[in-house]
Design a protein. Structure first.
Length: 148
């Protein structure tokens, strides 16, 4: 069952660096950008200056479909942050382009009791521009075909 997603009033946001900037800002153009090795052709995440498979330095971010499946998840029920009321789902998503490339994210728009390993999901982006911080587009996932 899908549920309406309510954007939190705040979110802890990252400080992008040379390798991660594309990942955190690709959402501006509605693109999930994942590093790909131009030598061996494999995607990899998290971003790095070299391919962990073939050690090539010829790597760069490329857009992926933003579709994937739930590899594993946990439902957080502890009120760790006052602006993130539980329960919420933290998950690893296997990307459609390469199943051993996983993105750690939050899944929204679904009842935590209804989520299952293997569920199809799709990315969408939450724009954040925190005072004194970098402008980022946080990739979140929702059930495929959803409208969170």
């Amino acid at each position: 069952m899908t549920t309406d997603y309510v954007r939190p009033e705040r979110r802890l946001t990252p400080i992008p660096n040379e390798q991660t900037t594309a990942f955190w800002t690709g959402g501006k153009d509605d693109q999930l950008l994942i590093y790909r090795c131009k030598s061996c052709g494999h995607f990899f995440h998290p971003p790095a200056p070299a391919c962990f498979r073939c050690r090539s330095l010829d790597v760069a971010p490329e857009p992926v479909s933003g579709r994937g499946t739930v590899a594993t998840f946990t439902v957080n029920v502890q009120p760790w942050l006052p602006f993130m009321p539980p329960p919420y789902i933290v998950a690893l998503i296997d990307l459609e382009e390469e199943s051993d490339v996983r993105v750690l994210t939050q899944i929204v728009g679904v009842d935590p009791q209804e989520i299952a390993i293997g569920d199809p999901v799709e990315v969408f982006f939450e724009h954040w521009s925190p005072e004194g911080g970098a402008e980022v587009w946080v990739p979140l996932f929702r059930p495929a075909g959803g409208a969170a």
